[in-house]
Unconditional design. Structure first.
Length: 488
């Protein structure tokens, strides 16, 4: 009984975090998960390969789940365990690895069931082969269900090589050895999808990871899905954006609706009058206002009072199609629109569409500020020029009022299309997320470093977002999974 209670406690904690194992091009004889079972014949095998692929009938998986539900009282248990099963050409099976690092009695029973099944083997060119497949058992409110988890191996391998256009800089990356990298994907963790463009860290150091296929939370150890059992959303809800306000409330934009999550639960805000054009970003100002960028203007929410900033209210605004906004330490308000950038300083507007600065013809798509008051802007061309555009890159407004422009022609930037930018106040450096070149580390002097899948454990070269917790740990969302980067 004590063992069973211990097992129930484990499942309440959900899935323990795991290291990703990068798959070589051969994709053979690899144990995916940390908990390995050394009783199988580890003859070379392929992963989820063949046509048809190795499979177990859903009826059989439902039977296993039913037996577990009858035998165990898993009250309030939530989480999942994924098993990597080797299926032989004969149809016999053997569990190779799984995600329960504690390997409790319930896990051993699931292994016994999976090893006792007769499977349909994978076939390659009509011949049965050794192949591994994944089966996930999910625990939701004390009930178990199971399903095959097919792998799209292309999601684990970046498309092509990194695009490094800077041929004058040699990236020796001396700081790379100082970081620990961990990566999670939807194949070795409960992540709903490998791609997230809506992630945020709350004031409790919880990562909220929103995708087009669901939302989950991660505390550094455990993934907890946000679904129909604990929210207004289901496990497949497409999340548009998410942020955290000054009171640690979470704001989630889903299907033209705005949801707010507090300690009291979820509530919906009806902004239909203002949000009919859709929200692209939810941002925070330094004074505590919530900002919603839309095609009809910038919506500001202050103490439940709603203000819509557009060309009708501010004629100097280049366009009502607002794409980004930022308030700096001097309380200047920067607004990036589809036709250029404007800055408000004590209600006095300054436009940069035709200025003699790096912002000419550009709009700001991101911003961060260091402790000296230098502001770093990522730039996008208003004319939507495709490819590696030298006008883009990073603009710097220095504390003395002068401007700098970093691109791949005049600095150590490997390419110019920037998706996100983060000032690391713990190391006093700048991190840059690029579209083609991976991560850029800039020490604010002359030290440029470039990390990507060809020279580091970064899982790819397309980086979307950078968020940092109160301990200095950086979470990086990529096209190939979630990366955690920690200073050693």
């Amino acid at each position: 009984m004590l063992a069973l209670l211990s097992q129930i406690k484990i499942y309440k904690l959900s899935l323990i975090c795991l290291f990703v194992i990068f798959l070589p091009s051969a994709l053979s004889a690899q144990n995916l998960f940390l908990s390995k079972i050394d009783i199988c014949n580890t003859t070379d095998f392929c992963m989820d390969c063949g046509d048809p692929k190795a499979t177990c009938d859903q009826f059989t998986l439902d039977y296993i789940s039913d037996q577990i539900n009858r035998k165990y009282i898993l009250k309030d248990a939530n989480g999942s365990i994924t098993f990597q099963v080797l299926v032989e050409p004969s149809g016999f099976s053997c569990v190779l690895s799984h995600t329960d690092i504690n390997t409790g009695p319930l896990t051993w029973e699931l292994i016994r069931y999976l090893n006792g099944n007769i499977w349909r083997p994978a076939k390659v060119n009509g011949k049965p082969v050794f192949a591994s497949v994944n089966v996930v058992f999910r625990f939701i409110n004390g009930k178990v269900s199971a399903a095959m988890q097919r792998m799209d191996l292309s999601e684990l391998k970046p498309a092509g090589d990194p695009g490094v256009y800077n041929n004058r800089t040699v990236y020796t990356n001396p700081s790379l050895k100082n970081y620990e990298f961990k990566t999670w994907t939807k194949y070795n963790s409960p992540l709903p999808d490998n791609i997230s463009q809506a992630a945020v860290i709350d004031k409790s150091d919880i990562l909220w990871y929103g995708t087009a296929r669901g939302l989950t939370r991660f505390d550094g150890q455990t993934f907890n899905p946000v679904n129909e059992y604990n929210s207004p959303f289901n496990s497949e809800t497409a999340v548009g954006d998410i942020t955290v306000d000054k009171d640690n409330n979470k704001w989630v934009y889903v299907n033209h609706k705005m949801f707010k999550y507090t300690d009291a639960g979820w509530q919906i805000y009806d902004f239909k009058k203002f949000l009919s054009a859709g929200v692209t970003h939810i941002l925070n100002s330094r004074r505590g206002d919530l900002l919603f960028t839309t095609k009809d203007g910038l919506l500001a929410l202050r103490k439940d009072k709603v203000i819509l900033l557009n060309k009708k209210l501010i004629p100097q605004l280049p366009s009502s199609n607002v794409l980004y906004a930022f308030e700096d330490s001097k309380k200047r308000f920067w607004i990036g629109t589809s036709k250029g950038t404007m800055m408000m300083d004590h209600n006095v507007p300054t436009t940069y569409s035709k200025s003699n600065t790096p912002l000419k013809g550009m709009y700001i798509s991101g911003a961060t500020e260091d402790e000296k008051g230098n502001i770093y802007f990522s730039l996008r061309d208003c004319n939507q020029v495709q490819g590696n555009n030298e006008k883009e890159g990073i603009a710097v407004l220095r504390a003395d009022g002068t401007w700098l422009h970093y691109n791949d022609q005049n600095s150590g930037m490997p390419s110019n299309r920037v998706n996100d930018i983060l000032y690391d106040k713990y190391e006093h450096i700048l991190w840059v997320a690029t579209e083609e070149s991976g991560l850029v580390r800039f020490d604010l002097k002359d030290g440029w470093e470039n990390y990507h899948n060809n020279n580091s454990n970064v899982p790819g070269h397309t980086i979307y977002q950078l968020v940092q917790d109160s301990k200095g740990v950086i979470y990086v969302t990529t096209a190939n999974g979630l990366l955690m980067m920690k200073k050693i």
